[in-house]
Design a protein. Structure first.
Length: 386
């Protein structure tokens, strides 16, 4: 069996989710590989300066920022983070090279940003014949030094914009692969045979009311409370499903509140496809995973873009506009949110947006194993040729 490493970390939930989904599909397709999920944070724990200085891991600080909404100025902080990574870059190379010397992967697929320059160097040092693949879990890169680097790497791009960025960086066409979107768990492709009205009743919801799903990733966000309260006061005829992720305090507070509109509150769940099946539209941050999941389930999206939006997620709002699959507002805490929902609920509008979403066929998770197989075959052929 061929050993392939999928690198991820838990700064946000999308990297682990993508790696796990892709591993599952590789196994379902009975690829002749042993896919190993490698948590970069765990390998580099001994040199995590954030943990040394504060007692909290770097990825935990990031998740705290997401949960609390403290993302203002995140674009300006990126150069500082990149400086810290460069400062400890040789240590990253040393630790990863030691790891790969022991484990000897035939290929490494990185599903994480920011570290790929040093990961490539480490792999070259430990396993010089192994190809290095960068699989973007964002719709586009946020250069410099975010996802792609001017080095010997293959890049898997989920949008034309990312392909253009790879070309601009100087990557050859034989090292660029276009995928039809973001990696989604196979659950999002399974048909639902249940009666939607009956399932809504089980949750205490009205079987006929327009239903909005409010979701801010695996960490949740306190702005969800503001969104729900604003829509409750709006007078619009709707109901809400609020998925709070691991933010248990938020879920408890939302459950305690006496709502004047039908509201169902859920915590962390693996049943997001089910709740999207019950919904008519999506409200949340423009994270690539959540947006892609909603569009796969034919849900128009309402997302926010402003100074608090993470820099790597800003292009996602442009994607929403370009594909006409939703609306972008400047603030969920303003009247704009109510106006956007009211616009979606106008006769014919929701139907048209749902058609546009349905037109985006995304089978990336099933297609990527073929790409990885092609890359492996190329390198095997070169090795055989001497």
């Amino acid at each position: 069996m061929i050993n392939i490493d999928f690198l991820y970390f838990d700064a946000g939930g999308g990297h682990r989710a993508s790696a796990t989904a892709l591993k599952l599909v590789c196994e379902q397709q009975q690829r002749p590989w042993t896919v190993r999920l490698v948590n970069l944070q765990e390998v580099l724990d001994s040199i995590d300066v954030f943990r040394k200085w504060t007692g909290r891991r770097m990825q935990d600080w990031y998740n705290l920022l997401l949960r609390s909404g403290w993302t203002l100025g995140s674009a300006e902080l990126l150069p500082l983070m990149h400086w810290i990574i460069r400062r400890f870059g040789e240590q990253v190379v040393r630790e990863m090279a030691l790891h790969w010397n022991r484990t000897q992967p035939a290929m490494v697929v990185s599903l994480i940003p920011n570290f790929n320059r040093y990961l490539r160097q480490a792999l070259s040092r430990a396993c010089p014949a192994a190809p290095f693949v960068v699989l973007l879990t964002d719709f586009a890169d946020y250069p410099p030094n975010f996802w792609m680097e001017p080095q010997d790497e293959y890049v898997l791009c989920g949008s034309e914009r990312a392909v253009e960025q790879a070309r601009e960086m100087g990557h050859g066409e034989d090292h660029i692969f276009r995928t039809p979107g973001m990696i989604l768990h196979p659950r999002f492709y399974e048909p639902f045979t249940a009666n939607r009205a009956d399932e809504r009743r089980k949750l205490g919801l009205d079987p006929e009311k327009p239903t909005g799903l409010v979701l801010f990733g695996g960490q949740g966000a306190w702005v969800m409370k503001s969104i729900a309260e604003r829509l409750e006061r709006s007078g619009l005829d709707l109901q809400l499903i609020l998925i709070c992720g691991r933010n248990e305090r938020l879920a408890a507070e939302l459950r305690r509140r006496a709502w004047r509109i039908p509201v169902f509150v859920e915590g962390f769940t693996h049943e997001v496809p089910y709740y999207m099946f019950l919904s008519d539209f999506f409200i949340g941050k423009p994270g690539p995973g959540s947006v892609a999941e909603a569009l796969q389930m034919k849900l128009p999206v309402i997302v926010e873009r402003n100074a608090w939006t993470l820099p790597q997620e800003r292009y996602n709002t442009e994607f929403v506009r370009e594909k006409q699959v939703g609306l972008v507002v400047r603030s969920f805490r303003s009247r704009e949110l109510v106006e956007a929902v009211a616009e979606l609920l106008k006769p014919g509008v929701l139907v048209q947006y749902r058609r546009n979403a349905a037109a985006l066929e995304n089978d990336a998770v099933f297609m990527i194993p073929d790409i990885l197989s092609e890359i492996l075959a190329r390198h095997a052929s070169r090795a055989a040729a001497g």
